[in-house]
Each structure stands twice: as C-alpha cells, then as structure tokens.
Design a protein around this ligand. Structure first.
Ligand code: SAM
Ligand code: DTB
Ligand code: SF4
Length: 319
C-alpha cells in the first residue's frame, strides 16, 4: 500500500533527482503501477475563453499586456461558441474540458458569465475545469455551487525562483488561491513549468511545495516552456529531455495518487521522450490541436502514438 506523505524535506527530494536515471524510473514506474492502470492516459482539451491583455507580467506568457507578442486581444467568448468547441472536444474523445482566461482574477460579474459555460459543459457529460487566476473564498464557493470539478492554478516555479519570473504577484498569493479552492472542495489542478531559468534545487522545491500541501493536488500539470517571441524568456535555455523525464518521475513518487499531466511543450518532444514520460508516471495529456494560444500535436498524431504504445484514452475501451 502506498503511503501518502506531506512532510517531504528538500534534501530527500533532491536525493530522488540525484538517483541514477534507471533507478529513478524503475522506482517511479513501480509506484505508478501500484496506483494506476499503466496503460490508461486521461485526456483533457483546452480552450482560451478570454485572450490577451492580462495585467500580470509572467515572463513566459503570450497573454501578458507587458510584452509585445503580436497576440490579438479578444473579449470573453459567448457561451454558445464555447459549448460548440466543447462538443468538438467531446467528439474527439476528451473527458475533461478546461477553459482558461487571461485574468489576474475574475470580477464577480465576469465569473457570472463563466458559470453557464461550466454548466453547459457538465451537461454534455464531460468533467469541467477552469483557470481564471486568483480567487476569493466566496468565488471558489460560487464555482463549486455551479458544479465545477477542477480548478487549475499553477505554482509555476519554486518559491525561490518566483520573483525572477513574475513580479505582479507572490508565491503566497498562489498558495492562498489553492487553499480557497481546496476549502470549497473543488479538485485542485496545480503544477508548473520547466525551462524558466530554474536549477534542479528549484525543481525539487516546487514539487516539494505541491506534495506538502495539506492534500496533494488531484492533478499535476508539468509543462515544458513554449518559448514565446516578445517575452523575456523567448530565448532561454530549455531543460534537457532527461531532466524533464526526471521531473515527471519525482512528481509520481512524491504524489503517488495524483494524475500527472504531460502538458505544454509536446510539439517539441519526440515519441521516445513522450513514451519515457508515460513510463515515468505521466497519465494525462492535453489533447486537441491547440493549447491556449499555441499549437499542440494534432489529434491524429496523438492517436497514432497511443496506438503504437498500446495506451488507451477511453476507460470504456479497457477490458
Ligand atoms: N491567468 C490564469 C493563471 O495564470 O493562472 C490562467 C491562465 S494561465 C495561461 C495558465 C497556465 O498556463 C500558467 O500558470 C502556466 O503554468 C501555463 N503557461 C502559460 N504560458 C505558458 C508557456 N508559454 N509555456 C508553458 N506553459 C505556459
Ligand atoms: C497548464 O498547466 N498548462 C495549460 C493549462 N494548464 C491551462 C496551458 C498551457 C499554455 C501553453 C501556452 C499557450 O498555449 O499559450
Ligand atoms: Fe496572465 Fe495567466 Fe498569462 Fe500570467 S500566465 S500573464 S496571469 S494569462
């Protein structure tokens, strides 16, 4: 039986990162098998329901108003159009629909407009997820009442590296929103990005912060930075492939029952690297041609990859 812990020390997490690659992957894969069907990968589709003009200065983001990324700003989408896109995602096989908005935080008025989107997606039989920035406790409760299943709010990087990436909010602000979401009994989706100038200690520290939350996040998205021209991180050095795989493996060991999502950056990953990520414990992806503002592998190539690896994206197809 896997014992869940939330008292990880930084040196224990760093020691996992320092294991020989084969030992780390073997350990992670065993834990993965103890807790999940290793041949099932959950698929979520994304839609950006409000694009650009965000007042935050996240150095990786195409949607920050602080950088000239050439993105055209768009107002909040109409519910009918959102539900049309959700139907496409469902028909392609997505089991969860995640709607993102380029907000620092939603106003109560804008939150009211998101609620029919959540209700409409739920009525289609998909799980719902939104990522709208910081929330008050009251707003989290409103979302719970609307039937929301998951709220995505990433720590993004370590507490120590945070100020090198974002100056308009603090790491503690992120933790506060996660607490409001957990208090409202909404499933938490929280992870981060690799390739923000962090070192291995930062990676260990970010995973430790996630694993030491009172309750582990239900879902942990790990993104490889998609470099955006015009942002401060446009030309930053990416992590190596094995460093990324190690991150997945350590996340799996620290949070044995959480779903770990191999998230943004898959267009820059080959088949073998993605296969290693699935072996190391990743069991979810974003599926569909678009992430929020950037490309994702097309559904045809993901279907082909799943076939080659013998992975199922639908529980119904399991024996
Ligand atoms: N504005 C909200 C917020 O920041 O929480 C929600 C949308 S924001 C785009 C959601 C997440 O996408 C970010 O927290 C970040 O982890 C991820 N993200 C944004 N731009 C990215 C990029 N260029 N590469 C990889 N991940 C990215
Ligand atoms: C997450 O961790 N990654 C997704 C989702 N949560 C909202 C977003 C990835 C965005 C990649 C860059 C873009 O498309 O703008
Ligand atoms: Fe705004 Fe979210 Fe992009 Fe930061 S990551 S600039 S908060 S949309």
């Amino acid at each position: 039986m896997t014992q869940l812990r939330n008292n990880w020390k930084l040196d224990e997490v760093e020691a996992l990162f320092a294991l020989p690659f084969n030992d780390l992957l073997f350990k992670a894969h065993n834990i993965h098998r103890e807790n999940f069907d290793p041949n099932y990968v959950q698929v979520s589709s994304l839609l950006n329901i409000k694009t650009g003009a965000c007042p935050e200065d996240c150095s990786y983001c195409s949607q920050s108003s602080k950088y000239d990324t050439g993105l055209t700003r768009e107002k909040l989408m109409d519910v009918e159009l959102v539900l049309k896109q959700a139907k496409v995602a469902k028909d392609q096989g997505a089991t969860r629909f995640c709607m993102g908005a380029a907000w620092r935080n939603p106003t109560d008025k804008s939150l009211d407009k998101v609620i029919p989107m959540i209700q409409g997606v739920k009525a289609m039989g998909m799980e719902t997820c939104v990522t709208l920035g910081m929330l008050t406790q009251a707003q989290a409760l409103t979302l719970k009442q609307a039937g929301l299943d998951y709220y995505n709010h990433n720590l993004d990087t370590s507490e120590e590296n945070y100020a090198n990436v974002i100056s308009t909010r603090t790491f503690q602000d992120r933790l506060n929103t996660l607490e409001s979401v957990q208090n409202a009994d909404i499933n938490v989706c929280s992870g981060g990005i690799l390739g923000l100038g962090e070192g291995q200690t930062d990676r260990a520290s970010m995973l430790r912060s996630l694993a030491n939350l009172e309750k582990h996040p239900d879902s942990v998205p790990l993104n490889l930075l998609v470099p955006i021209p015009g942002t401060p991180f446009e030309k930053i050095e990416p992590p190596s492939e094995t460093e990324f795989v190690r991150m997945i493996a350590v996340a799996r060991i620290l949070m044995p029952k959480s779903v770990v999502r191999l998230s943004a950056g898959r267009t820059d990953m080959g088949e073998a690297m993605q296969a290693l990520c699935f072996y190391a414990g990743a069991n979810s992806i974003f599926y569909g041609d678009q992430l929020l503002t950037t490309d994702n592998p097309d559904t045809g190539s993901d279907k082909a990859l799943f076939e080659k690896l013998g992975l199922n994206m639908s529980r119904a197809s399991l024996n």
